[in-house]
Design a protein around this ligand. Structure first.
Ligand code: COA
Length: 148
């Protein structure tokens, strides 16, 4: 998979991320489009993975003000390409980026949909709050990974 980082809200590239997110979150998981497109995309960092020039995986990153914590959001691999290690590749690219280009980041955090918890556990994320919650009607738990 070839990666493109979008650091400046360039909508001509971001449309590839939105295509994936529309398929996965809105059509497949029936998330309300108003929740999925929350108006923050232009100001956040995005990663898109391509196979044969086709966008197949994405995530976005929200840095806190001190840039010590990166919240990973909207992690998605299109259905036809799941189970091939692309989700792992995507998450590992985020970790590489954080360590190499943003050494101030100490923690990667995310809000995991419950069915995806084993996926994140395999990447050494740990649940930080046993009490789960509903987001967009989907059960979630907070997870974190310390970077050293
Ligand atoms: N439950 C248990 N294990 C899972 C899993 C799941 N839902 N999804 C992946 N894994 C495991 C795989 O079996 C694999 O383990 P292995 O290396 O021991 O074989 C490992 O995690 C890596 O899987 P990979 O093929 O890289 O994952 P993927 O490309 O299928 O992507 C998601 C995983 C979660 C990103 C993908 O299923 C997805 O986009 N789902 C829909 C959107 C979503 O729920 N996003 C998460 C929002 S928090």
């Amino acid at each position: 998979m070839k990666f493109t980082w979008v650091l400046d809200g360039d909508t001509s590239i971001l449309k590839d991320a939105f295509d994936i997110r529309k398929k996965v979150f809105i059509y497949e998981q029936h998330v309300d489009p108003g929740i999925e497109l929350d108006g923050l995309d232009q100001q956040l960092i995005h990663l898109i993975g391509y196979i044969d020039n086709r966008p197949v995986a994405t995530a976005r990153i929200n840095l806190n003000d001190a840039k010590t914590k990166a919240k990973i959001q909207r992690v998605a691999v299109i259905k036809e390409h799941r189970g091939q290690g692309l989700g792992f590749e995507l998450m590992e690219e985020i970790e590489r980026w954080a360590k190499e280009t943003n050494p101030s980041i100490e923690v990667l955090s995310l809000s995991a949909q419950d069915p995806a918890i084993p996926f994140y556990e395999k990447l050494n994320y740990r649940i930080t709050n046993e009490k789960g919650y509903l987001d967009a009607n989907i059960p979630h738990h907070d997870m974190e990974k310390q970077l050293n």
